[in-house]
Design a protein around this ligand. Structure first.
Ligand code: G3H
Ligand code: 13P
Ligand code: NA
Ligand code: ZN
Length: 330
């Protein structure tokens, strides 16, 4: 059944687990997530970005997720809009039936100018008022995603690294006191925080330690606002196995590291309830497709390589449901 984000995250908080929130763009990713959830009995958060709506078309994305809800009636599913850049984007998602929206007011509508605290509060509070009137949950974001290694903030463009330029430590790390004021003034159901993660495959040039991935900051924020569900963006682990497979079968990807699952588990102990993952599924599908096509040079039925890609994505999803503790909670 379709449920709101608030319902799932309240249950996760009461029972001390976290939920992966997977980005979806097509049938195969949705199949993979639902098959994995069904096998390990986990609730599901599927989220569509602006890029996903552009790729699939809003109607297709909406109906594909609705099909998942119909095919797996026993699994609670949140249909969440990821990174809304303005209140109007959120209103459109609410109209199309999303049960949760993210108003990302950490940047201005251009997706590259860090916003003022007042701007962020205003746009987010506006969305909360509209969304809550119709039972839809709202995720806000305070602080800018970006790298503590280079000091570069991240813009919203697909390859957004560095797009907003250099940021101060104050901007790259969410302040607990400001977070408390933000939650009080907006009434958000969940709060995305900045702790040194960024979107995409190139997060860290080495396995992250406390100086470049500030998991301790999660604890400080949680101590200040224990009743707010925290969200980690840019939380792909970037599996080295899949990078190697991609390289072995003709791909070119430079050395890179993601957010280790153990660090996310630490975050969950400190109040993280929603963990956003897109890149890991992309890497697994790409690796599986490259391997399939190199090993089966005369194959031309897309179902064959997409089946491998689905299985690879499903393995990632199952591993995350189990590691974050949502397995068995549906
Ligand atoms: O927010 C970032 C997600 O990974 C979505 O990426 O904008 O390429 O769909 P996208
Ligand atoms: P990754 O790129 O680390 O998978 O992050 C996805 C995300 O945060 C979507 O909002
Ligand atoms: Na989101
Ligand atoms: Zn994100």
């Amino acid at each position: 059944a379709l449920v709101s984000l608030r319902q799932l995250l309240d249950h996760a908080a009461e029972n001390g687990y976290g939920l992966p929130a997977f980005n979806v763009n097509n049938l195969e990713q949705i199949h993979a997530i639902m098959q994995a959830a069904d096998e390990c009995d986990s609730p599901v958060i599927m989220q569509g970005s602006a890029g996903a709506r552009k790729y699939a078309g809003e109607e297709f994305l909406r109906h594909l997720i609705a099909a998942a809800v119909e095919a797996y009636p026993h699994i609670p599913v949140v249909m969440h809009q990821d990174h809304g850049a303005s209140p109007s984007v959120c209103v459109n998602a609410i109209r199309s039936g999303f049960s949760s929206v993210m108003m990302d007011g950490s940047l201005e509508e251009d997706g590259k100018t860090p916003s003022s605290f007042e701007y962020n509060v205003n746009v987010t509070a506006k969305v909360v008022e509209m969304a809550h009137a119709v039972g839809v949950s709202v995720e806000g974001e305070l602080g800018c995603l970006g790298s503590l290694e280079s000091g570069e903030g991240e813009g919203e463009a697909e390859d957004g690294h560095g797009a907003v330029g250099q940021l101060s430590l104050d901007q790259l790390l969410t302040d607990p006191e400001e977070a408390a004021e933000f939650v009080r003034k907006t009434g958000v159901d969940a709060l995305a925080i900045a702790i040194g993660t960024s979107h995409g495959a190139y997060k860290f040039t080495r396995k992250p330690t406390g100086d470049i991935l500030a998991i301790e900051r999660v604890k400080e924020i949680h101590q200040r606002i224990p009743n707010t569900h925290l969200v980690m963006h840019g939380s792909s682990s970037v599996p080295q196995e899949w990078l190697e497979i991609i390289r072995e079968y003709g791909g070119e990807m430079k050395e890179t590291y993601g957010v280790p699952v153990e660090e996310i588990q630490q975050g969950i102990k400190y109040g993280v309830r929603k963990v956003n993952i897109d890149t890991d599924i992309r890497l697994a599908m790409t690796g599986a497709i490259r391997r399939h096509l190199v090993k089966n040079k005369s194959e031309f039925d897309p179902r064959k390589f997409l089946k491998d890609a689905t299985a690879a994505a499903k393995d990632i999803c199952k591993a995350r449901f189990e590691a974050f503790g949502s397995a068995g909670q549906a």
